[in-house]
Design a protein around this ligand. Sequence first.
Ligand code: GDP
Length: 453
Amino acid sequence: MSTIAAIGTPHGKGGVAMIRISGAQAFEVAEKIFIPASRERFSQRIHGHAYYGSFADEKGVFDDGLCILFKGPNSFTGENIAELYCHGGLLVTQKLLSAALKNGARIALAGEFTRRAFINGKMSLTQAEAIGGIIDSVSEKHLSVSAKQANGSLSRMLGAIYDELKLLAASVYAYIDYPDEDMTDISVSEMRQTLIGIKARLDKLAGSHAYGRAISEGIKTAIVGKPNTGKSSLLNSLCGEERAIVTDIAGTTRDVVTETVRLGDIILRLSDTAGIRESDDTVEKIGIERSINAIKEASLILAVFDLSRPIDDDDKRLISAIFECQKQAQTVCILNKSDIASDFCHKLPFENKVSISALNNQGLDSLVEAVSLLCGAGDIGEDDEIVCNARQCASVVNAANAVESAIKALDGFTQDIAGMDIEAALAAIAEADGRQVSEDIVNEIFSHFCVGK
Ligand code: GDP
């Protein structure tokens, strides 16, 4: 396999930048561009030691810094790796990379280092994907889940299920091959029980994906409400800065402003829309249509009402729109302006209600709690595995469906059919953790990684 190189640190100016070189020729490439301060010490090539020296290309020395060598297979990729740390300027970093490329390395593709780590058996696919999660995470929960999974927690869980299914498959084959002899040590009812247990674990895992997605990729959210209820103010307090225009004139937030904000551990992909109310104004009308579209498209609705005023027809129209779209269960009813609340009794037909003051940033904690419960946080225990990734979730669902078919087949006493379903479940799990996965899927996964990872 060719020796690859890329800048491992973000593009831009910084104190330090790192170039990573991986492959059979990594040390040789590094030696051509790194002049160690102590040649004698560097020649020992001790794994993991940092050597100080200068970096040079054909024009001469252009910087100084460190070189660390990792000997394969005990390295991130499983190959020899040289990491070169130079000063973090744009030109100097580019020159160091160019020097590596001129001296035998080729530029790495997106995710190619991690891909090699996977191909060389250094990590499972779920671990590789979790590394992507560590890099992408903006919430504490996503980071902690990713860190755990990068350490192999999800792989181990899937691996345990895989092993149990394999035992069952072996037992089924023993029965099929020698139906008249009692070769199996697992009875049909034991097999059924084991499958029911596995199904429950897979269902729980698949069920965690709604929350997993909400903490990683984010949940599509619509902030709706008639004008002046405080949608822009809510958006501002969620964003922590003045991004949307706040105004007293009804109907001025006309455009759909899209923002990604973090609410506790949940990522909201927001669109702040114009109020839902009938209007003759063309621009305003577009806003209303968009509001209804936003309700249809969103998985979470933040419906804002003004506690200082009685509920009017505009509010009622919004409520009807939410019910017509059957989004009431995914709606958090936000009773805003609690600081100037009157005695109006807001008996609104929503399960999830919170009272806040967007202006004074009050009550946001209860909003955080309501939103995370809606995203399924309540069903997930501290140590439960969470599937953040759609691909993994699809495989887990496929596995669960296959296990369900196997259970049904056993009910009809057809072990051979159950055997085929168990095989299908094994294949789905093998795909989830990458022990058996197509080249196309691997390419697709790693193409989403950044270059240098
Ligand atoms: P939007 O039209 O729904 O986006 O409403 P805005 O966010 O523009 O708010 C309309 C008016 O209500 C502005 O004058 C805000 O300052 C005010 N407002 C918003 N939230 C609150 C609140 O919690 N308390 C009080 N007292 N005023 C608020």
